[in-house]
Design a protein around this ligand. Structure first.
Ligand code: ATP
Ligand code: MG
Length: 172
């Protein structure tokens, strides 16, 4: 059967230098579970799930109307959330991050895209399917967030891959 949907989500891509530093630290730690590949590190802003291909243009146009400010993001807590997701989270969430999520959510609702009803929980997943919790403190991994992207999530024989379909700058 032909699948005419795309599995989509808006996210903050972790810049390559920061992703390398985070993975180097992670791989030195006794962190349980399946490590997320360095290229896949991201922070999800809004998960859209399966969307009809023909909605893509409207989503790209919508994202271009988001005018949100750039901000500094400090990921400084190692946490275990959900079913064995070991993550980095910000001890305090920058207001500009919440404003960006709000701007996207409002526009998605106007396009009829229904988001998960759970509240936004900023996190960058380091490892999945962990059976034990992470206990150790984390260094402060900070990056300057100056863009957000729309990803298509693709399942491959080598694991999930995220294709960047669009990228939009945040205001300096
Ligand atoms: P896989 O599910 O193939 O192991 P993945 O979880 O990285 O890999 P997706 O399930 O496509 O890939 O998810 C993409 C991103 O969206 C991930 O950050 C994931 O945590 C997040 N996500 C997935 N489902 C939801 C949901 N229902 N609500 C909020 N975020 C979600
Ligand atoms: Mg998933």
């Amino acid at each position: 059967m032909i699948d005419n949907t795309l599995r989509l989500f808006f996210a903050l891509p972790c810049p390559p230098e920061q992703a390398a530093a985070i993975c180097a630290w992670r791989d030195d730690q006794a962190i349980d579970g399946r490590a997320v590949p360095q290229d896949n590190l991201h922070l999800t802003l809004a998960f859209l799930g399966a969307q009809p291909r023909e909605h893509l243009d409207a989503l790209l146009q919508m994202a271009a109307t988001v005018h949100a400010e750039a901000f500094s993001l400090s990921l400084d807590r190692l946490t275990t959330i959900g079913k064995g997701f070991i993550c980095l989270q910000p001890a305090s969430t920058p207001p500009a991050l919440l404003q960006l999520v709000e701007a996207l959510s409002e526009r998605l609702a106007a396009l009829g895209v229904v988001l998960d009803c759970r509240p936004f929980l900023p996190h960058l997943t380091l490892s999945r399917q962990a059976r034990s919790r992470a206990q150790q403190p984390a260094p402060d991994f900070t990056w300057h967030v100056d863009r957000f992207v729309l990803y298509r999530s693709v399942n491959t024989a080598d694991g999930v891959r995220y294709d960047e379909l669009g990228s939009w700058p945040l205001l300096p």
